[in-house]
Design a binder for this molecule. Sequence first.
Ligand code: ADP
Ligand code: MG
Length: 347
Amino acid sequence: MSDTPSRTELSAIGEFGLIERLASRIELQLPSSMKGIGDDAAVIDPQGLHQVVTTDMLVEGVHFDLSYMPLKHLGYKAVVVNLSDVYAMNAEPRQVVVALAISNRFPVEAVDELYDGMLLACKHYGVDLVGGDTCSSTSGLVISITAIGAAKPGDIVYRDGAREHDLLVVSGDLGGAFMGLQVLEREKLVFKETGAQPDLEGHDYILERQLKPEARKDIIALLREMEVKPTSMIDISDGLASETIHLCRRSNTGVKLFDEKLPIDPATYQVARDFNLDPSVCALSGGEDYELLFTVAQADYDKIKGNPNLTVIGHMTHPSEGMHLVDKQGGVHPLTAQGWDAFLKKG
Ligand code: ADP
Ligand code: MG
């Protein structure tokens, strides 16, 4: 905010002024968005499809820290994390509504920056911002976004469809967003203690994973193109281990997950080592990767094998076999939401 050229107090334009200002920036793109900002409620045409609805709330001091999160990035990320949930249903996001609680320490220009990011994400993913709510906050900033998506009834993928012998597949790579956060936290601490400017050199990839995550719209399109319908799916917000456990619990299966298969970018790997952390534990427990985790029938293996965007990391088992992680030496460990018990104990 320091390089914002001017500062207009929110009180100078008021709530109505702010809403008008937002509305004037928005042009609806989709035929399903029948009415956007400006009435008591938005109107959406489901066009004969099933609608999926999801909400995510981001609270300052809990989910984000404005000392290293630029408002534009925050806006972008706030939309992306919601769209990710819609893609994880194998649905197409179409509309978002945005509720903001904002303190008067933010000028109008800060709200503009936040919406710059939200509207950029909307444009990138082909989604309309059709409404919201604005109120004042006596403490931090709160952003609650609801995303609405659509899918043909038969296309929707739930968490509970995994079956014994299905392959467990993850998109992209893991642990990067967590390592990006570690670097940002470290530099914040250094700045606090010494006043030294943050040294973020060479950390572009993991910082982008933390500050500007993307939802895997491309993976949903890829699977459709390959004619692979996952049997179950979830997006990775809390960490691979905990999301895998969700799939197993909902589907009533066990799982065998292989450490040596975990996709970890070399940049993530190196920074984890520099921080004296086990890269596998970061991949298992880091969270905020917003990759898709899904299961496919064995019969689909030939369609997905060799695709650089997809990695088979394990398979589902009979529930009586439990949920396990196999280490590089072949040792078997119970899978826990924290990642890998044995490693944490060792640490
Ligand atoms: P009400 O008091 O009836 O809830 P509001 O004055 O809050 O109405 O909202 C008026 C219109 O502006 C509605 O269409 C609402 O969806 C939209 N709106 C309000 N706040 C926001 C916001 N932060 N972002 C986008 N649209 C908003
Ligand atoms: Mg309202």
